[in-house]
Design a protein around this ligand. Structure first.
Ligand code: LLP
Length: 411
């Protein structure tokens, strides 16, 4: 029996034949994103959180077919920049929230302009931002971002909840809300985010602590006769990157969140990774195979400029060979390395692969979140193309960047 909408799609669940065809047709490096899988992930999350306000964290994957599919299921959008706000509005989101982290003036100008035509809320994480909004006669709704003093996540660089950069310290937040209210701002909500990649027990405990703290704060604010519509407890729901890791049980997480959430306001969540990570893979071609005393170095045409996560966070992504038959190939322990002139440009170490040969295609799993979005043109290397699958068909949705594109901004 196959389970419809399984909680996780492993790299092995993708059809190697189909992926190879895409690589043949469109070249590599190539991202493939399965829009139907995004919908499945959204449906599962909605089932677990039936009455929560769900805003998709656009930063995880901001390509138009992904945005359009999530907008269509009725989620809102949580945006980190004016660029994301504009793209989310264009993709059809009805509710768009801009989380202003040290917002550049240009971003605020653009977001305020967008609000003429779209329903936009701005989350304020510093009192200075209130002043900046007052200067722009902002009359729309705001959320106040709280620093909950508790962080969670897969790497120190993404545990925002315990980092003073983000939000107003929780013991000053009630005063900030009263202040904003007295100044005439429409304070609709509170927001906090523990961090990204919550999977382990200790991260779940940290998340729960955040929910409790935010509920207490909401009660304190309600006692001051300020009605809050929503309290967003952030995103961060993790996905398993190794096949030995168990998927997050979102039902249990939802129940625990509900139990810890005592505020009268509506519960809000803002997942990014959970909706898109396992909907994407990255395809690369083997360019060189070099036996060395330490390891077999398998050179590929994708690297840290294509998928930054391994170099940036030492993140693990599964890697699989797409060869049609492994017969006659011994298994080797490989270091899969990219074309960039840095020793950190490695997609995976000690990977057991059927002895790769030049021209083989490899697939890298869970590349749908923070993959293409974090790609760069370092080493003057153009960014890859993306194929979007929906049902049977696969369409090129982002063309490959060219070397000519790289010089286009110069004058
Ligand atoms: N809300 C806020 C305010 C956030 O800052 C983030 C992520 C999210 C929601 C969504 O988090 P998610 O559900 O995707 O974990 N580039 C890193 C992740 C950075 C996340 C930053 N903030 C990575 O590749 O692991």
């Amino acid at each position: 029996v196959t389970t419809a909408n399984p909680p996780v799609r492993r790299l092995a669940d993708w059809s190697a034949d189909r992926l190879r065809e895409f690589a043949d047709e469109h070249g590599t490096p190539l991202y493939v994103v399965d829009i139907e899988r995004v919908r499945e992930n959204a449906a599962r999350l909605r089932e677990s959180f039936p009455d929560a306000a769900i805003d998709y964290a656009v930063k995880a994957n901001a390509r138009t077919p992904v945005l359009a599919a999530i907008a269509e299921v009725g989620f809102g959008a949580e945006c980190a920049s004016a660029g994301e706000v504009v793209r989310a509005c264009e993709a059809g989101f009805a509710d768009v929230r801009y989380t202003a982290v040290n917002p550049p003036a240009r971003d605020l100008d653009r977001v305020v302009e967008c609000a003429d035509e779209h329903e936009i809320t701005i989350t304020v994480g510093a009192l200075d931002t209130l002043d900046a909004l007052a200067e722009r006669d902002w009359s729309g709704e705001i959320y106040v971002r709280v620093n909950p003093g508790v962080g969670a996540g897969h790497h120190e660089k993404v545990r925002t909840g315990a980092d003073p950069k983000f939000g107003i310290p929780i013991d000053r937040a009630a005063a900030a809300v009263r202040d904003a209210d007295e100044r005439g701002f429409a304070v609709e909500g509170l927001h906090a985010h523990a961090g990204s990649g919550i999977l382990e027990t200790e991260d779940l405990a940290a998340h729960r602590a955040l929910v409790e703290r935010m509920s207490d704060l909401a009660d304190e604010i309600a006692a001051a006769n300020i009605d809050l519509d929503t309290v967003s407890v952030g995103g961060g729901f993790g996905v398993p990157y190794r096949d030995t890791e168990a998927p997050l049980d979102v039902d249990t997480l939802a129940r625990a969140t509900r139990e810890a959430f005592s505020a009268d306001a509506r519960l809000g969540i803002e997942p990014g990774r959970y909706l898109v990570a396992d909907a994407g893979v990255l395809l690369a071609e083997v360019t060189t195979v070099k036996p060395t005393p330490e390891t077999t170095v398998v050179g590929v045409d994708a690297g840290m400029t294509t998928l930054a996560r391994p170099a940036l966070y030492d993140a693990f992504h599964e890697i699989r060979s797409l060869v049609a038959t492994v017969e006659g190939r011994e298994t080797v322990a490989a270091t899969v390395a990219g074309p960039v002139c840095e020793s950190g440009d490695v997609l995976g170490r000690d990977r057991e692969l059927p002895a790769p040969e030049r021209g083989d295609f490899l697939a890298v799993g869970n590349a749908g979140a923070y993959g293409y979005e974090m790609a760069s043109t370092y080493n003057s290397r153009p960014r890859p193309a993306i194929v979007a699958l929906d049902g049977d068909g696969g369409e090129l949705c982002v063309r490959r960047e060219t070397i000519a594109d790289l010089g286009r901004l110069e004058r």
